[in-house]
Structure formats: structure tokens, C-alpha cells
Design a protein around this ligand. Sequence first.
Ligand SMILES: *Cc1c(COP(=O)(O)O)cnc(C)c1O
Length: 376
Amino acid sequence: MSTQLFMPTFRVDECLEEIRECLEKGWTGLGFKTVQFEDRWKEYTGLENAHFLNSATVGLSLAFKILKMQNGWSDDAEVITTPLTFVSTNHAILYENLKPVFADVDEFLCLDPKDVESKITNKTKAILFVGIGGNAGRYLEIVDLCKKYDLALVLDAAHMAGTRINGKVPGNEADAVVYSFQAVKNLPTADSGMICFREKDNDELCRKLTWLGINKDTYARSNDKGAYKWKYDVEYVGYKYHGNSIMASIGLVQLKYLDQDNAYRKQLANWYDEGFRNQPNIRPVPMASNCDASRHLYVIEVDKRDELLLALNESEIYPGVHYRDNTEYKMYSYAKGSCPNSHRLSERILSLPMHLRMKKSDVDNVVEHIVKFTNM
Ligand SMILES: *Cc1c(COP(=O)(O)O)cnc(C)c1O
């Protein structure tokens, strides 16, 4: 049997039951289940605001758009970010004509507060933190830096659904938190995301911007019987970024099982840890000690990563790499060489298969192949 990196699990009947409600009601779009999912998400996370989107990529883009609008940042304002992430993190900065400035990562593969501090200039307006694999890294020190230098903070929580720091879901201290519920994330739907702004007025602005800039309040106030539904105002050149009720239906079911599913991911990670104990050539990337991680990823650091990857493929084991140093991409090559630790690690890290259909025997099989290769 082949072992894939990711393979989402759905409680099919429960998902279909939620979706059936939408179909029978004749309501598959914005509203209905999207509102229910937003309410459930706020309850689960304890965050004040939550707006359901069609992806995390648009969420990150909106976070910067809104913070830039509200704070009057100029076009050359700098955002300190990590080169070890999915490109949508950094594209979101460029979408808004801001400048990504790359800082290096630490042993958690997350932003290193020391290097971040050294990259702060008088143009720096924000820090964008990515909790890789659900890890919190030194997030709390980044929060302190933002306070010290009066910077905005955006948390790319695409891997962090269910992660706690000191027992609490992080995010209240950030200006915006963005989650991804893309097809292979640890809370998979098909494509969707959530943005949680700290400030109510940012959340309200965001709701207008995700539906073409339409201000629904105009008609809501003037006539709740609906006769004047078309008489809304359009205040901004907004987008079509909001989520829909079919995705929210799946999300509602997934959220019910999130903690249970993450606990099983942790079990898988523990089995990997045990298997790699006393293997000096295999270094599992540690989780921050204050962090109860979603465990979206299980990452090891090894020599000859590319050769190992090929050898595992031969045995029908398909790991991945999260991520390639973004400064290697043409788009971000202006910063090439600015983050040596990220660069070195991006050539040595490997994400091992991690999903709910795996059993201990699957983990043992992966471990066995890797141990054999590294001791050759
Ligand atoms: C997947 C991912 C995103 C983008 O999420 P989408 O919902 O696919 O737009 C952003 N950041 C990171 C770190 C991701 O892994």
C-alpha cells in the first residue's frame, strides 16, 4: 500500500446531511451555514470576530489591504515575513503593494525574533508570522516585538486550526488571524478560509470588501421585508471573496472533530518520535514547549534529503517539502542570501506522511525505510 503525504478524512454522512439541508432549503451561497460556521468558529477559538472566506490566500490579502487602508500605510511600507512558507503568504504582501522583507527562521522553522528585530526599519509596519505545521515557535516573543515597536501583527494560521499556546487558542493579540480550510489542511473542506480581525470595524469593512464593496445595511435598515433589496449602496471596489454554505457545511462537521483529529495526529507524531529516538542522523523539528500543536506536519531534518525523497518514492512513500526558501523564486530573488538558516534548512527538511488514515504500522514502515537509508 502506498503512503501519501496528506489524505483528508470526511465523515461523509454527516457532511452530506449538512449539505442536504442547504440543497433542500435552496440556499447554497453566502449566509445560512456560513453564519453558523462563523459563530461556531468564534465559540471554538474565543476570538471576537470571524468571517468565512473562499480561501486563506484572499484572507491574507484582505488583512494587508484593510490594515493599510485603516492605518494609512504608504506603498513602500515594509512587512517582515518568513521565506519558509507557501508563496501565498508573501504574495499577499505584494498584492497590496507593500514590500516583503525576509527574516530568518529558528529551530522551529518559524520566524526568529532576534533576526526579525535586526530587520526592523522606520518603514516597517507589520510582522507576518506563520505557524509552520501548527507550531507556535517563538510567536509570543514576536507579539512582544510588535508591542515594543508599535507594529501590526498578522498571523498566518493556515496550519494552526486547533493549536493552543499555554492552553489557549492564539490570536487575540494579533490584528488579524487567517486560517485555511483548503483540501489538504488539517481542517479540510475543499477550498475555504476564515479571517479573524481583532477590531470590530475591520471585520465590518472586510465583510463589505468580500462582497464587491456592497453595503447591505442600507436596505436592511430601510426595509426588512426585502422589497428594496436592490437598493444597497456600493462604497468600495470590493471583491468576490466570501465563502459559501456548501463549504461551511463541511467545515461545521470538521470542526466538531477537530480536537479529536488533532489528538490522533499527535499520536502519529509520538510514534514517529519514538521511531527516530537514538537516530543521530534524523532530527525531528521540535514543537515549542508551550505549544499544543495541531500537528498539520511532521518534519524531520536529514542529510541527503533529495536522495532520501527519491528512495522513499521507490517504496511508494510520498513525503513532501514545506517549504522551499521563497527567496529562491524569481519573484523574491531580490532577497536571495538574506536568510542563511532558512536556506540551509529548506534543503534538509522533509515532511513525512501525516493523516488520519495512517495506522501505527504505516508510521513504522516509513520510519523503517528512513532509518535504513540514513544508516547506509
Ligand atoms: C495553504 C496555505 C495558505 C493558503 O491557503 P489557501 O486556503 O489555499 O488559500 C497560506 N499560507 C500557508 C502557510 C499555507 O500552507
